[in-house]
Every structure is written in C-alpha cells, then in structure tokens.
Design a protein around this ligand. Structure first.
Ligand code: ADP
Length: 501
C-alpha cells in the first residue's frame, strides 16, 4: 500500500508531544511490513535545510485568490534500511514557517496566522503528490493541523472536474488530543479556495467560528484515536470537548487503536540511562536504579520505603490541580501521613511549578526537579516502585506503559488509554497490574496512593507478582501497525475501492 502521513510533527524533526513519536514509529512499522510510506511536514525554521536535499523546481499551491510558491526538501527517515526506507518531505514556505516555534512562541503563544499556515500545508500535500507523480492509496492525517486534508480530498480532489490522481485515495484522520481543534475566525475560510457551500457541508461552522478538526471529522472516510477507551469516552458529553455529537454521528467509522512504545529506547534490558539493566528474571538492576534515584534526589538510600515517581507536563489535563492545588492538593497530606518517598520531574504551568517548589522546601520526603530531562525520566521509571498518573483525561498515555514494562506499578485514574493498559489490583485474588480510581479528586488520589502503600507493606507477594505481570506485557508498535493496516483496508472496502493486489 502507498501511504502518505500528513502531520505537523514527527521525530526527530519537530516535536511538542506524543503525536511526533507516533507518526514516525507507525511509519517505520508500516514500512517494515512492506508498505511504501512517505511523510510530509512543514519545513520549520529549526529544521536545518543544509541536511536535506532540495527537489528541483518549485511548487505552486493554488489557494483562495493566490498561488503560494514553496520549495520542497527531502531526506530519509533515520534508522531505516534501503528495503524499508521512508521518504520525508518538507514544505519550505518562508512566510509561514520561517520563524521560531511550531504553533507559537513565547510572545505569541498561538500564531495568528495558524489557520492559514496549516490550511496551506494541507493543500500542499496534494501538490506534492502531483510533483512526485505519486498518488497514495491512503492519506493519513493527524490532528487539527492536518484535518483539512480529508476535506480537500472529499470536496475538491476526488470529485469529477478535479485535476485527478486521487480517485482511489481514501482518508483517515487520527485524533491525538480532542482538546485541540484549530478554531479560528471564519474570515480565514476564503483562503482554502473552497466554496462556502463546502464550509457548511463539510462542517467547518462552529458558533460563527471555523473549526478545522470538526470539518475533518465529518469529511474523513474513517476516523481513529489513540486508544479504544478514549474512542468511547470522546463520544460522551463529559469527554467530547463539544464534538461528541459529531463522533457519535460517525461512530460506525470511528475506532481506537492503542499506540505502541519504542522498545529500543524504553526497555529495561537495554536502557542506557540506568546504572544496571534488568529483566523480569533478575530484578537486581531495578534495586540499583532505586538506589541511584534516591541518591540523585538526595533521599535516604532505603530499599524498604516505597518510592512514588511522576514524570509529567504540569497542566490541568494531568490532574495537577488535585495534586498540588494550593488549598486542597493531596500531595501535602500524602507525604505528611504516609511512609514513602515522592519524586517528581516535570515542567509546565508556573503556578504549579511554584507550588511544587514550596512543597519540596517543606517536606523532607518530597523531591522535585522542574525541567525536562530524558535521562532523569528513565531513572524515575526504572527506580520507582509506583508511578502516579491521575490524569483528568489521557488519549493514550505513554508513561504508564513504560512503568509496566519497567516493573513499576502504575497508580492511575481509570480514563482513556490508562483504562486500556492497566488492570486494577484485586485484593481477594491478587490479580491486576496497578491501582486505579474513577473520580478525580484529592481524596481519591490520597486513598489510592494509601492503598498502594498499604499493599507495599502488607502484600509483598502480590506486589512482586503484579510487577512481573506488567513486565510481561507487549506494547510493541508491530501490533498497532497491523491494526492500522486493517483500518486502511476496511476504509478502501467501505469506499468501494479495490487495489491491484
Ligand atoms: P503527553 O503526551 O500528554 O504529555 P504521555 O504520557 O503520552 O503524555 O507522554 C509524555 C512523554 O513525555 C513521556 O515520554 C514522558 O516521559 C515525557 N515527559 C513529559 N515531561 C517530561 C519531563 N519533564 N522530562 C522528561 N520527559 C518528560
């Protein structure tokens, strides 16, 4: 199959979140399965074009009232072999991408011209295919910045009278976080070059604003999100960010496929950041990691006390209000009342960073590092006994999967991908892989951490079994890539498209 990934992020070139990891990892797995995958990205200012190859000739993209001219650069995805190489293309357009920041910067957190930047990017994906004379079977678009791709396909490129080439192409739109929708003034719509009938028929209209994700959700041939449970939750008013009605309407074409994890980077038997690697057959390396972690954070080197770890963006989505809220946060009481050590690595909202600094100065068993560190995040995953993730919502979540395979027991809220990957401890049978709660509140976090700490001191056998159960789980990308292939094939079938093989 020929697959074109259209995304605003992909590692190693541009990343603000899990989307970037997913696009590259999925592409690599699909290519390994024998499919022809290409990726198109904007050429952000931070991507050094000296390391890319310029394609001869420019590229004109017809937008409403203007033709935008851009250069196209290319390179191969690193770490792939000749047999399963992936061509990555970069749309170089100085007016839109010749500046610092992907979606915004310090002074302008959301660039005013974001709708135009990404509408242009979506349309340029089609022009790129024309330039390459390569037409994909599947256009796989990711999140709101690529959400107008399925709109162009359905209303401009696959219809009679178009320039042709995309008659047999189907579109998939994957939601990585429904909280971000690309809602802007409808004054930007003329720039799409589409008629105002499309504005209404494709579903851009949103209380007198233009909602790009919503139009993509109505227009894509099939929709997916990054875990089965998040697919269910987003169809409810509580978690639907006002688009639950659209997703219920599209329910027959909407599914959840769990993201995999990169087991070259996140693997306790190969991890380069921890003092001694380990596996479920021999956990001595884990004990060494705990010691190194306690040392790193200046805590007493005590193997008997449970260590609760956290690595997180400090934003409301992650439950930080209930953990660190100045008047009712639960971490203060957890650390005061329980015999444990609490270690946190994170950065984000400044009120929260300040609260955390305050807690760390008053509690001897609470240590925090404000910032971003790949190395420390690996040490926390390996060296902690429990990993806390009380997310308000979590489309997939990676950290709980890392925790499970590192033998670190997750304590999570039963939401999104957390509910798909963690199984609650059953005190009677000893089954389960983690500790879970349903309603996000300071007292439920307190009680559930308390439950885990109780089990640590009173149910050692069960704890050891839970660890090993987690370490036996398989979150490899191969499984997920296979499911995406099935989705691509099902889409072709639904659209009545039969490919040569
Ligand atoms: P989200 O994408 O919503 O932030 P995920 O759990 O899916 O949450 O993935 C977050 C990723 O970012 C994980 O790999 C996590 O370890 C990493 N991460 C988050 N904050 C930090 C930090 N301060 N330092 C290092 N890694 C971090």
């Amino acid at each position: 199959m020929k697959i074109l990934m259209v995304s605003s992020e992909a590692v190693p070139w541009a990343k603000t979140g899990g989307l970037a990891d997913m696009v590259s990892a999925l592409s690599i797995s699909l290519a390994k399965l024998g499919h022809e995958v290409k990726i198109v990205l904007p050429r952000y200012y931070s991507i050094n074009k000296d390391q890319l190859t310029l394609l001869p000739g420019g590229m004109g993209t017809p937008m409403g009232g203007v033709e935008e001219w851009s250069a196209v650069y290319t390179t191969e995805m690193p770490g792939t072999t000749k047999r399963n190489s992936i061509d990555v293309y970069f749309i170089d357009h100085n007016k839109y991408f010749g500046r610092d920041g992907i979606y915004g910067n310090q002074t302008e957190t959301d660039f005013l011209d974001n709708p135009r930047r990404f509408i242009f990017f979506c349309r340029s994906a089609f022009q790129l295919c024309r330039k390459l004379d390569w037409y994909p079977d599947v256009l796989h678009a990711h999140d709101w910045p690529a959400a107008v791709v399925p709109v162009y396909l359905k209303f401009a490129e696959r219809v009679s009278g178009s320039l042709g080439g995309f008659e047999k192409t189907v579109s998939i739109l994957t939601i990585h976080n429904l909280g971000y929708q690309g809602i802007y003034s409808k004054d930007n719509f003329d720039y799409t070059g589409l008629g105002w009938d499309v504005y209404y028929n494709a579903g851009f209209e949103d209380f007198n604003m233009m909602n790009m994700l919503k139009a993509g959700l109505y227009s894509a041939d099939k929709l997916s999100t990054v875990s089965p449970n998040y697919a269910e939750e987003t169809k409810t008013q509580y978690n639907g960010f006002r688009l639950d009605g659209v997703l219920r309407y599209r329910r027959a074409d909407y599914c959840g496929i769990l993201n995999g994890i990169d087991n070259k980077v996140w693997n306790p038997s190969k991890d380069e950041y921890i003092p001694v690697t380990y596996s479920k057959k021999d956990l001595t390396g884990k004990a060494k990691a705990k010691e190194a972690l306690q040392k790193e954070f200046g805590l007493p080197l005590d193997p008997k006390v449970p260590v609760i770890g956290m690595v997180t963006r400090l934003t409301d989505q992650k439950g930080v209000g209930d953990l660190f809220g100045p008047t009712y946060g639960s971490v203060w009481s957890i650390c005061k009342d329980m015999d444990l050590q609490f270690i946190l690595l994170g950065s984000g909202e400044s009120w929260c960073e300040n609260e955390i600094r305050g807690l760390a100065s008053r509690l001897s068993n609470f240590k925090a590092r404000i910032g971003y560190s790949e190395k420390v995040s690996h040490l926390i995953e390996a060296g902690s006994d429990f990993f806390l993730m009380p997310s308000r919502y979590e489309p997939c979540g990676l950290n709980q999967m890392y925790s499970l395979i590192y033998g670190t027991i997750p304590i999570v809220r039963r939401t999104g991908g957390l509910a798909d990957t963690v199984e609650n401890f059953n005190e009677k049978t000893g089954s389960g892989t983690g500790f879970m709660f349903d309603y996000l509140s300071p007292s439920s976090i307190y009680d559930t951490v308390g439950w885990a700490v109780w089990a640590w001191y009173n149910r050692r056998n069960d704890i050891e079994k839970m660890r090993k159960r987690g370490m036996s789980l398989d979150f490899s990308w191969e499984k997920s890539a296979q499911k995406y292939l099935e989705l691509y094939e099902a889409t072709q079938k639904t659209m009545g498209i039969v490919t040569a093989n």
